[in-house]
Write a protein that binds this ligand. Structure first.
Ligand SMILES: Cc1cc2nc3c(=O)[nH]c(=O)nc-3n(C[C@H](O)[C@H](O)[C@H](O)COP(=O)(O)OP(=O)(O)OC[C@H]3O[C@@H](n4cnc5c(N)ncnc54)[C@H](O)[C@@H]3O)c2cc1C
Length: 405
């Protein structure tokens, strides 16, 4: 496997090199995980460290779903909106787990993940947006989030590259960020060192049921017996195929397009993440500035569109004129795995079958708490308190979903 990316590609994300020899399919594994994205690998690493034999089956290449497409914001404050209160305890719990997750991941992989604790600035541009920003600020304060209201002059003192039309801002010191490409490379390496068998180009075509429980899975003609199968299939979790209709999951793809710009001493950059009504921007330590992300409810429609790129560049230029001089490093798209209430589904679906999916735009934020919750579910048979609201049962009237195109 290689997470190397050619320079300046369209439709692909840059990434550091990790090369892992392709392993043959084993005949049995304590745990078999379907999906080699962030969630699958985080769980795999966690369970391998707990002494289980773990195999990850990925249909394409590691991270090829949403995980290499993300910006890497760990931003419970900036992204807090009306309706997201139920998710907040899990989000904050996971954020608290991140420093230990980072330390172990960096130590066990020998790789940096570019963890930055610079916070976010949420901006208002012009007079019109100030009122909406004030509403967001009041909501953050009511929810107990650490946030400070700043006048435009103070915002521009913190970020001198911003336009004078920035009229106010909220500083959210709680928000952190990572570089998704580095996290995925580190996770792949940490998994390998922990003894996880990672298999790419291995589409799981069926689950094996025996006596009312899942006893393994199939990759083409090859059968793998497993004590527990974990579905970490991201935006594809709602497709027909692996699950009987009675267990179908209300998850759909929400497409996002993003781009990376190369910054130099001449162009300048941002010191921290910036969030506006149109775009977010996240500076990475390698000098790239990520501009994201469109939100398109269009199913699995691949490709980069002129309209998507225009919206991103226009939204970025509206606050940061320096982007005009920045070289475009790469553009890409991915599918957020989005459940009917935008929150994850972490649950035992049937004996021997666990799901960890639906992380929407918060997969990075929620990865440490998800990995720990699934590990507890598998090893102790119950979810920790903080994860209990996120079982499938909350969708009281789950309707069987038809396979998506
Ligand atoms: C543009 C964009 C920006 C984002 N920004 C952020 C952010 O700033 N912060 C944040 O926290 N989150 C962000 N997210 C969300 C985050 O990327 C996701 O929540 C997270 O990556 C989901 O991880 P996953 O492992 O569940 O899914 P995926 O990474 O999609 O992995 C699922 C994998 O399962 C595989 N698969 C599916 N079916 C099968 C099968 N039958 N057999 C074998 N393999 C199969 C797929 O190929 C895929 O690789 C962003 C997402 C997008 C698209």
């Amino acid at each position: 496997m290689s997470l190397d990316r050619p320079p300046s590609p369209i439709g692909q994300r840059r990434g550091p090199a990790v090369t892992i020899a392709q392993a043959p399919c084993p005949e049995r594994s304590d745990i078999a995980i379907v999906g080699g994205g962030l969630i699958g690998l985080s769980i795999a690493w966690r369970l391998a460290r707990a002494g289980r034999s773990v195999t990850v089956l990925e249909r394409e290449t590691i991270g090829a779903g949403a995980s290499l497409a993300a910006t890497g914001m760990l931003a419970p404050a900036a992204e807090h909106e009306p309706g997201s209160d139920p998710l907040l305890p899990l989000a904050l719990d996971s954020l608290r787990r991140w420093p230990a997750f980072r330390d172990a991941l960096e130590a066990e992989s020998g790789r940096s993940i570019d963890y930055r604790a610079d916070g976010t600035l949420v901006l208002a541009i012009g007079r019109d947006e100030v009122e909406r920003l004030r509403f967001r600020y009041d909501l953050q304060r009511r929810s107990g989030l650490d946030a400070a209201w700043l006048p435009g002059s103070e915002v521009r003192r913190l970020e001198p590259g911003l336009r004078p039309s920035v009229t106010a801002g909220i500083q959210c010191p709680l928000d952190h960020q990572v570089d998704p490409c580095r996290v995925m490379a580190a996770l792949a390496e940490a998994c390998r060192r922990a003894g996880v068998t990672l298999i790419e180009h291995a589409p799981v075509s069926a689950l094996d049921w025996s006596g009312g429980r899942v006893a393994g899975l199939r990759v083409g003609e090859h059968a793998i017996a497993a004590g527990t199968v974990i579905l970490a299939t991201g935006a594809w979790s709602g497709e027909g195929g692996l699950l009987p209709e009675t267990l179908s999951l209300p998850v759909r793809p929400l497409k996002g397009q993003s781009l990376a710009l190369r910054t130099t001493a001449r162009t300048g950059t941002l010191a921290r993440m910036v969030w506006t009504e149109q775009v977010h921007m996240a500076p990475k330590s390698d000098g790239q500035l990520i501009v994201g992300a469109t939100v398109e409810d269009c199913g699995f429609r691949p490709g980069i569109t002129a309209g998507g790129l225009y919206a991103l560049l226009e939204g970025a230029r509206r606050v940061l004129p320096g982007i005009e001089e920045m070289e475009v490093a790469s553009v890409w798209s991915g599918y957020r795995p989005t459940s009917d209430d935008d929150a994850p589904i972490i649950d035992t679906l049937a004996p021997g079958l666990v799901a960890a999916t639906g992380h929407h735009r918060n997969g990075y934020l929620l990865a440490p708490a998800t990995a720990d919750a699934v590990a507890e579910l598998v090893t102790a048979g119950a979810l920790p308190e903080v994860a209990r609201p996120f079982t499938r049962a909350r969708f009281a009237q789950v309707q069987p979903r038809r396979a998506m195109a």
